[in-house]
Design a protein around this ligand. Structure first.
Ligand code: ZN
Ligand code: ZN
Length: 412
């Protein structure tokens, strides 16, 4: 049996090579919680061994975040440090790779005024707009992974002791990220190949519409013309292959921002900036959310939808079979990186320009004219279940099954 130490070594290697795929002479920027220190040191060592020039680490601490939300004055949330925004932009321009270790406590800000959270989310999105746009267009290699933190692990496994919960969560993470396999990097090559086959099939189909049916859901989504499906590995503008998400099980493409009609109900809670939204429905007319309900987090959802015009329109449609390994764990992770890869999902807000042919080189106006949504936010929410059926409508109006009872209706 491999020790935790050995598994962390494999996980670090996977993040550096399969995740951001660091190249000789490149700078690696890591954003990480203090709890990830042991892993981050291993990542830095592997990155230097692969030829990285600099490894910069931006540490974050949720206790400090909470202290700020509770004690700082209101105006602190409508200002963002310019030096940081410009620094991130400069690093992106210089071709750095970006690795985020994302392990939020879903309940961190539950007694904080949602207005403060919404204000700061908007402030930081505006300040970091260019940096985020560069990453969403795959200008740079980027990747997201997670590590257990006590608060997050206890949220998933409330009946276990803190240490047991952390051990259990590591075990789940190592399983779904394939670190438990003999050669995780090779296992990811094979996984990427399987996803690429599905992507190729769907790109050939060029469906005009997707029709979703499930309890509480009756939704028609028009896809943009010349949409491109992606899944698994991506290729940066510099031609380097990388994996934006570890784990990942989705294939995804672009809805037309004005072509969504009907109602959709979520199937897993959404953790938005430290606040949970659950039991919610969104009703769309010509692409726009015109009505919404929520059993939990109504105010948070309202703030999210009111961020800007594009926050009420869709920017992503993603397909994930219900029998995916993450879904089979039968856990709710309260962490979008995991939950989005356990269920079909949609995203409110900005679309990935890479999901339309030549999108990465189009101007803002050209993108808008093609139906590409823009927003300060990009927020995934989960709608998949064992009861979800999806049909595709071909250009000549033929209706074909894509999903039946939560899983692919065909095999390749
Ligand atoms: Zn997605
Ligand atoms: Zn997304």
């Amino acid at each position: 049996m491999a020790t935790l130490e050995q598994k962390l070594d494999k996980y670090a290697a996977l993040a550096v090579h399969t995740g951001v795929n660091i190249q000789p002479g490149q700078t690696l920027v890591v954003n990480a919680p203090l709890e990830a220190a042991v892993l981050v040191r291993k990542i830095a060592k592997k990155a230097y061994e692969a030829g990285a020039k600099h490894v910069y680490v931006e540490w974050n601490d949720e206790d400090l975040t909470y202290i700020k939300y509770k004690h700082a004055p209101d105006e602190a949330f409508s200002e963002y440090p310019l030096w940081r925004a410009q620094g991130m932009e400069q690093l992106a321009q210089e071709g750095a790779a970006f690795l985020s270790i994302y392990s939020p406590n879903p309940d961190l800000l539950k007694d904080v005024d949602p207005k403060r959270i919404a204000t700061f989310a908007k402030t930081s999105s505006e300040a970091l707009r260019n940096y985020r746009s560069a990453l969403m267009a795959d200008q740079n290699c980027w990747s997201i992974i997670s590590v257990p933190t006590p608060a997050w692990a206890k949220k998933i496994f409330p009946h276990l002791s803190e240490q047991e919960a952390i051990d259990k969560l590591w075990d789940v993470i190592f399983t779904v990220t394939r670190v438990h396999e003999e050669d995780p990097i090779q296992a990811w090559e094979e996984h990427n190949e399987r996803l690429a086959k599905m992507v190729e099939h769907l790109n050939g189909k060029q469906y005009k519409q997707l029709i979703y049916e499930a309890p509480g859901t009756n939704l028609t989504i028009e896809l943009v013309e010349n949409h491109v499906w992606h899944g698994g590995a991506a290729i940066s503008q510099g031609g380097v292959r990388f994996n934006p998400n570890i784990p990942t099980e989705e294939v995804f493409t672009m809805p037309h921002k004005d072509g969504v009609n009907g109602t959709v109900r979520n199937t897993k809670p959404l953790n938005y900036g430290g606040n949970l939204i659950d039991g919610f429905t969104l009703t769309f007319k010509d692409g726009k959310v015109v009505e919404f309900t929520a059993e939990t987090g109504y105010e948070t959802l309202k703030h999210l939808l009111d961020t800007d015009e594009g926050a009420r329109h869709l920017g992503e449609v993603a397909l994930v079979p219900h029998r995916s390994p993450i879904s089979q764990s039968n856990l709710i992770f309260y962490n979008t990186l995991f939950d989005e890869n356990a269920a079909c999902h949609l995203a409110l807000g900005k679309a990935y320009p890479t999901n339309i042919e030549d999108g990465a080189t189009m101007t803002k106006e050209e993108l808008a004219a093609r139906g590409v949504n823009d927003s300060l936010i990009h927020e995934d929410f989960m709608i998949g279940s064992a009861e979800l059926n999806i049909d595709g409508v071909t250009k000549d109006g033929k209706r074909e099954p894509i999903f039946r009872n939560g899983n692919w209706a065909f095999t390749l």
